[in-house]
Design a binder for this molecule. Structure first.
Ligand code: FO1
Length: 323
């Protein structure tokens, strides 16, 4: 079994590649819920939904989130009122939030509803929220104002400087059922190329997670979300710098080195492989930008190969002639 620490779009793409390479039933995604938000009385879990839609092949290919071909009649109708419409919820996407909110009002846990939604979409990869307890990423901006994650990421288009980040509720949150067991039992734990600060950070903040990862650091492998000094999407590069780190593969290695034994970096960063190793993290150089499903499958093979996983005849990397 493979456990994957997941944020949003980057993690979804890698999981899609992974389920093409190994039995999807052998993959457990442990998903960030620090981005979750309550809007219009609805509980919205963006990273769980982005992964669910992507693995089902129905995610909007341009944005990476929401449903392809969705309409926004409800959002347009809300414009008449003084309501939040900067967070775009499609009409079909709303069904997910209506169902999740209704079931949780009936007493279902986020884990239970996530399993129901996964089953309804025919997912074979198992998705676990990092916790069933509320954990909310909050960012203190320059000048002391504190905002919720989606206000930072969407309303402010993350075009503001961040002084500090906290995960409200993490200190009393419990790992969701199965999370620690999966992290302990997995042949390999993969850290997806998600934002290390605000997508992987909340998962690491759930009590019990870092001690399990630290104990098995040699079989924890991460993919750098920073390529040639920049994030492929979102504010990961700026956040690393604003929080005192460095927007580079070695900067990511230093950020994760307590829990991660191997970092896969893109070929564009081959020249800093030595600096990654100097941070005490084994370094693998490979193509990590998942422009196509085939490239995502190739990255999955690289990542699982570093852990010596036997990918079997279907998923094994093609053997070079005469190898
Ligand atoms: N991101 C945006 O930049 N603008 C949006 O209007 C937006 C709406 C949205 C609705 C549902 C959903 O599941 C995700 C949505 N996202 C939107 C993406 C979301 O902010 C990010 O995916 C994560 O929170 C960060 O990974």
């Amino acid at each position: 079994m493979i456990a994957v620490l997941c944020g949003g779009v980057g993690a979804a793409r890698m999981l899609a590649g992974m389920q093409a390479v190994v039995d999807p039933g052998a993959i457990i995604g442990i998903v960030n819920t620090g981005d979750d938000t309550e809007l219009h009385g609805l509980h919205i879990s963006p990273d769980l939904d982005t992964i669910t839609y992507t693995l089902s092949g129905v995610a909007n290919p341009t944005t990476g989130w929401g449903l392809t071909g969705d309409t926004f009649r409800a959002m347009q109708a809300l414009e008449r009122f003084d309501a939040v419409t900067w967070f775009r919820l499609g009409d079909a996407d709303l069904a997910t939030h209506l169902y999740r909110t209704g079931r949780m009002r009936e007493g279902a846990t986020l884990s239970e509803v996530t399993a129901e939604i996964s089953r309804a979409w025919g997912l074979r990869v198992r998705l676990l929220p990092m916790s069933d307890d509320p954990v909310r990423t909050r960012l203190r901006l320059e000048g002391a104002q504190e905002v919720a994650f989606q206000e930072y990421f969407v309303k402010l288009r993350h075009s503001v400087v961040v002084d500090s980040v906290r995960f409200a509720g993490a200190e009393v949150a419990r790992p969701a059922p199965g999370v620690l067991a999966a992290l302990e039992a997995a042949e390999v734990v993969v850290v997806a190329p998600s934002n290390p600060v605000v997508s992987i950070g909340p998962i690491l903040a759930v009590p019990g997670v870092t001690s399990v990862l630290t104990a098995r650091r040699d079989s924890v492998v991460a993919v750098s979300p920073i390529v040639a000094g920049a994030a492929l999407r979102g504010p990961a590069d700026r956040l690393l710098v604003e929080l005192g780190g460095q927007a580079s593969a070695p900067g990511v290695a230093r950020f994760l080195s307590a829990w991660v034994g191997t970092l896969v970096i893109d070929e564009a960063d081959a020249d800093v492989a030595g600096e990654v190793e100097a941070a005490g993290v084994k370094c693998i150089v490979a193509p990590t930008v998942m422009r196509t499903p085939e490239m995502a499958a190739g990255l999955a093979r690289t990542v699982l190969g570093t852990a010596g996983m036997d990918l079997g005849p279907s998923g094994g990397a093609p053997v070079a002639p005469g190898a």
